[in-house]
Design a protein around this ligand. Structure first.
Ligand SMILES: NC(=O)c1ccc[n+]([C@@H]2O[C@H](COP(=O)([O-])OP(=O)(O)OC[C@H]3O[C@@H](n4cnc5c(N)ncnc54)[C@H](O)[C@@H]3O)[C@@H](O)[C@H]2O)c1
Ligand SMILES: [Fe+2]
Length: 376
């Protein structure tokens, strides 16, 4: 075994209803005024009410920024930073899916460090100190609550990442009650995103390591066993809890063994056509797995029993059946991607060098074009 480094969030609290006890966590971090970063839907559904009540009860003031949108653009991040500055916030709560959590990480970092957003894109460029930060996911998907990653849409359509240990939160809090009302289509897409995190971590080319492997395997087991139940019986707290834990474990895995070509080819679909992140992954997944087979086949075979299959082909078949059972669209043409866009998509995917280097098999521009054509 070659050496490896493994980092993760220092404090994790898991319990249905846990967001109602968040006030003391912030008090323990010395916070007096929290900026809640969320989106309008999450706030309208009342998902932040328990956390806000708990903060008030702990004597911590709250200001709200609820204008985050999916695939957050840079100007939304900067508006949230401004809101935090104007309010005099000394701590940040990110509550929502990956979009609010990623935004919250950047707000905590930019307010705490004084750095400029345009200077910290890429790996390990954010080296300053952030404000105290607590993250509460309301989707079982991105694992953002335990990753050192924030994804921002820059300019028209490009998605760029900020990756730095400074972005690990002080606390990740899993409250499955917040996910009970997640609609089936979002449950399915975000759940497949989490499964892809586990799979790509397990086959990651340079940083695959035994801790990520163990986490990825348990994540995949939990996610595969509960995905369809979470979609069809959304109020099943046990299934929701297992999905949320699975997404977190997958997040810990890929934070240390980064994701690869499925994500690299998914991002341009989000950037150009606003296809949700998880659905973009689901659309590219079977084609990238088939492409990777010659390099990653033995690893897929190792994962197959977790899905009740055998061999690399059994793994792909089981995965395909699971995704089909969720009712997600299967082809790019089903989600209004025109065939004329495939060249543009392939050009953009090749810019995701941070991710492509992790793929078990090298991906050329021609390969990327062919994969989009297969997915179309
Ligand atoms: N930081 C990371 O490590 C990481 C990893 C993967 C993806 N991402 C990023 O995360 C973003 C995607 O996050 P996401 O898939 O969680 O979606 P999202 O945060 O964009 O939310 C999608 C929609 O679901 C709604 N929603 C969220 N929780 C809900 C609930 N409990 N009930 C009802 N509706 C709810 C939201 O209001 C929103 O309309 C993308 O920008 C992606 O690039 C980040
Ligand atoms: Fe993802």
């Amino acid at each position: 075994m070659t050496g490896f480094t493994f980092q993760t969030t220092p404090n994790i609290r898991v319990a249905p209803g846990a967001s109602a006890d968040i006030g003391p966590l912030f008090a323990g971090l010395g916070a007096r005024h929290v900026l809640l970063v969320t989106d309008a839907g999450v706030r309208r559904f009342g998902l932040s009410s328990a956390a806000e009540g708990s903060l008030a009860a702990a004597g911590v003031a709250v200001s709200v920024f609820d204008a985050v949108v999916a695939d957050p653009p840079a100007d939304v991040v900067l508006a949230a930073v401004e809101a935090g500055r104007a309010a005099g916030a000394d701590a940040v709560l990110g509550l929502g899916g990956g979009s609010p959590m990623d935004t919250a990480k950047l707000v905590a970092y930019l307010l705490g460090s004084g750095d400029r957003l345009e200077d910290i894109y890429g790996v390990d460029q954010a080296r300053g100190r952030r404000l105290p930060l607590v993250l509460v996911p309301t989707t079982a998907g991105t694992g953002s609550e335990v990753t050192p990653i924030a994804i921002v849409t820059t300019g028209e359509a490009e998605k760029k990442g900020v990756v730095s240990a400074s972005l690990y939160a002080d606390w990740a809090v899993l409250d499955a009650e917040l996910t009970l009302g997640l609609p089936p289509a979002v449950t399915a897409a975000t759940g497949v995103d989490a499964m892809v995190h586990a799979i790509e971590a397990y086959t990651s080319r340079h940083k695959k390591n035994p801790l990520s492997d163990a986490l990825a395997r348990e994540a995949l087991r939990l996610l595969a066993a509960n995905l369809v139940t979470a979609c069809t019986r959304g109020d099943d707290v046990q299934a929701r809890s297992d999905m949320l834990l699975g997404a977190l474990l997958a997040g810990q895995a890929f934070a240390n063994a980064p994701v690869a070509a499925v994500h690299a080819l998914a991002y341009p679909l989000g950037g150009h056509f606003h296809i949700p992140h998880g659905l973009s992954n689901a659309l590219m997944l079977p084609h990238v797995l088939a492409f990777n087979l010659e390099s990653a086949g033995p690893l897929y075979a190792e994962l197959a029993p977790l899905l009740g299959g055998t061999g690399a082909d059994g793994f792909r078949d089981r995965l395909d059946a699971l995704v089909a059972a969720t009712g997600l669209p299967r082809r790019l043409r089903d989600v209004a991607v025109p065939e004329s866009a495939l060249d543009l998509l392939a050009d953009d995917a090749m810019k995701q060098t941070r991710l492509l280097v992790n793929n078990p098999r090298e991906v050329s521009r021609a390969d990327a074009r062919a994969l989009y054509a297969q997915a179309w």
